[in-house]
Every structure is written in C-alpha cells, then in structure tokens.
Design a binder for this molecule. Structure first.
Ligand code: FES
Length: 120
C-alpha cells in the first residue's frame, strides 16, 4: 500500500521522507484533503460510484489517486488501472475505483484542485 501525503503541493511517499526534512512544510493527509465540509472531487467520486466496500483501502486509494492525477491529470483507463494496482483492495472493488477515477478525469466532479490549492 502506498503511504502518500501531499508535501508542499507535491505528492510524496511519507515512509520515504525523513521527518526532519518536512519541518515547516505543509503536509496534507487524507484527513485534510476536504475543504471544510466539501469533499475533494476524488472522495465525491468514490462515494458516488460505490467504490469503497469495507473502506480499509480507501484512504490509500484516495491519496494515491490524488498524487497520480497531480502528475498525470488526463490518464487513459489503462494508466488508471496500472496506478491503482499498487493499492491492495481485499474487497476487490477495483472496477468501481477505476470508474470513479475515470469520471473525475472526464470532469464530472469539476476541476481538480492543483497541489498548492489542496487544503490551502
Ligand atoms: S474496499 Fe475493502 S479493502 Fe478495499
């Protein structure tokens, strides 16, 4: 499972960042992704498309998807599948996650916040 956080607007794997290097920087975890009561478009899409089942993998899926779309805002379906394959979903909900990400990419949930706009 990927342990992704947004560090000063860039997606990083938290387990590979030395804590001292994050001092004074803005760190956004899945808990800080929403804008008050307004969920991030990826969170909205996962809910609408019924992607989470037990929810165990969902925070990782959300953050991995945020990071993926920061780097590649217009991926093809195969690229989405490839990226999500790095996150283990023991419920097997991959199809719904791919549908939800595809819907976000198509613009169904509006414009995605850029890295520096996330929880700004
Ligand atoms: S929804 Fe249960 S592990 Fe993914």
């Amino acid at each position: 499972m990927k342990a992704t956080v947004i560090l000063d607007g860039k997606a990083v794997k938290s387990c590979t960042v030395l804590a001292l290097t994050a001092e004074g920087k803005k760190v956004v975890t899945v808990e800080g992704l929403s804008n008050g009561s307004e969920l991030h478009p990826i969170q909205q899409a996962f809910i609408k498309y019924g992607a989470p089942q037990c929810g165990y993998c969902t925070p990782g899926m959300v953050m991995a998807t945020v990071a993926f779309l920061l780097d590649n805002p217009a991926p093809k379906e195969e690229e989405i599948k490839d990226d999500l394959s790095g996150n283990l979903c023991r419920c097997g909900g991959y199809k719904e996650y791919v549908k939800a990400v595809s819907a976000v990419v198509s613009g169904e949930f509006g414009r995605l916040p850029e890295g520096s706009e996330i929880n700004a």
